[in-house]
Design a protein around this ligand. Structure first.
Ligand code: 3PG
Ligand code: MG
Length: 398
């Protein structure tokens, strides 16, 4: 790995700043899904077990950046940690004199959770004064916030240079995520098959392009397939389509051919006259969507064709649903793909799922625990898979 990990850092007796992604869904102060906290516990336990004290920090949601807002407080996370037996307390703020005193009072084994970093606009604006104030709280810096590593924010990139390189390291979650991504992007065991879905071609251009020439096949689903189909002159009815991206979709299809990657489009669709779970649904006979109908899921012939590709793969990456899986009548395509992914993982293929929607789909299909690697970072994994350098990772590679 081109960055230091926890194995390169002796944290004994140090006060460690641990940037985690504790951006968990909350409703009325109750944590709805603690996955992100759970995933960072190995790092937290390791540091505390070495006899470090930990200044734990994260953002939560997108507050205005003008100070404390109760709805975005990280206090429920501190409570959750105490419930798991951690000696964790809430800091009185994000940084500054009082918080510094609280950090200095920490004993080995104790955790001080800072308030939501985004209460200070210095975080998202990556202000040097704010980065310095954060760095002043600790002797070492550990980044486990893979889900935030695509943000060039103070706690993710700015503050890292205030520590000597040997006092910085990636946490276990960060390391696990980056290793999984490298297994797909840098050294995939071939054949590599990518399944990309979602609404917009414009969101996925870099992603698709980055896999041209790398993947044996790219299977396209979701509303973006209609922009591709239209570029080939196929009738798409009232399906979603980015008119201004039709030419680009055509270019990508041509590029795929030139680079030897088969780019598959749906062969049939589940259609309805409107996006509504109660709408009357029908299956198309072929690739064409009848007039007055919109495609809302891939049909069984597409599922069969895509499944064959998935079964032949040794490495699989999945980002984006095949249809409007949140509504039952349009969920079969996405759920079948999730099942195929899990079956592939069972057979020994390496499967990486990234992107909030695909993770939600895997959860709905009940296969998440059977998949090889389910990323905790939606935007971050998408950017990495698109070939972009993540600021949080660049900071660690110094
Ligand atoms: C996420 O949930 O995607 C990460 O925590 C980053 O949050 P952001 O998209 O608000 O920067
Ligand atoms: Mg995000």
């Amino acid at each position: 790995m081109p960055f230091r990990t926890l194995r390169d850092l002796d944290a004994t007796g140090l006060r460690v700043f641990l940037r985690a992604d504790l951006n968990v869904p909350l409703k009325d102060g109750v944590i709805k899904d603690a996955t992100r906290i759970q995933e960072t516990l190995p790092t937290l336990r390791h540091l505390l077990g070495q006899g470090a004290s930990v200044v734990l920090a994260s953002h939560l949601g997108r507050p205005a950046g003008a100070g404390f807002e109760a709805a975005y407080s990280l206090a429920p996370v501190a409570e959750w940690l105490r419930g798991q037996g951690f000696d964790a307390r809430m800091a009185s703020g994000v940084c500054g004199e009082a918080v510094l005193a609280e950090a200095q009072a920490l004993k080995p084994g104790q955790v001080l959770l800072l308030e939501n970093l985004r209460f200070d606009k210095g975080e998202t604006k990556n202000k040097p004064e704010f980065a310095k104030a954060l760095a002043a709280l600790a002797d070492a810096y550990v980044d486990d916030a893979f889900g935030s590593s695509h943000r060039a924010h103070a706690s993710v990139s700015g503050m890292v240079e205030d520590f000597p390189p040997e006092r910085t390291a990636a946490g276990f979650l960060m390391e696990k995520e980056l290793k999984a991504l490298a297994r797909v992007v840098e050294h995939p065991d071939p054949p590599l098959v990518a399944v990309f879905g979602g609404a917009k071609v414009s969101d996925k251009i870099d992603l698709i392009r980055h896999f041209l020439g790398k993947a044996e096949a790219i299977l396209i689903g979701g509303a973006m397939s209609y922009t591709f189909l239209k570029s080939k002159g196929v009738a798409i009815g009232t399906s979603l389509c980015e008119e201004d991206k039709i030419a680009l979709a055509g270019e990508i299809l041509a590029e795929a051919e030139g680079k030897g990657t088969r780019l598959l489009l749906p062969l049939d669709h589940v259609v309805a006259d409107r996006l509504d779970a109660d709408a009357e649904c029908a299956l198309t006979q072929d690739q064409e969507v009848p007039e007055g109908r919109m495609g809302l899921d891939i049909g069984p012939e597409s599922v069969a064709a895509y499944s064959l590709e998935i079964r032949s793969a040794r490495t699989l990456v999945w980002n984006g649903p095949m249809g409007v899986f949140e509504l039952d009548p349009f969920s079969a395509g996405t759920l079948s793909i999730a099942e195929e992914m899990a079956a592939a993982a069972n057979r020994g293929a390496f499967v990486l799922v990234g992107g909030g929607d695909s993770v939600a789909a895997a959860n709905k299909a009940g296969v998440t625990s059977r998949l090889g690697h389910v990323s905790t970072g939606g935007g971050a994994s998408l950017e990495y898979l698109s070939g972009l350098k993540l600021p949080g990772v660049a900071a660690l590679e110094r």
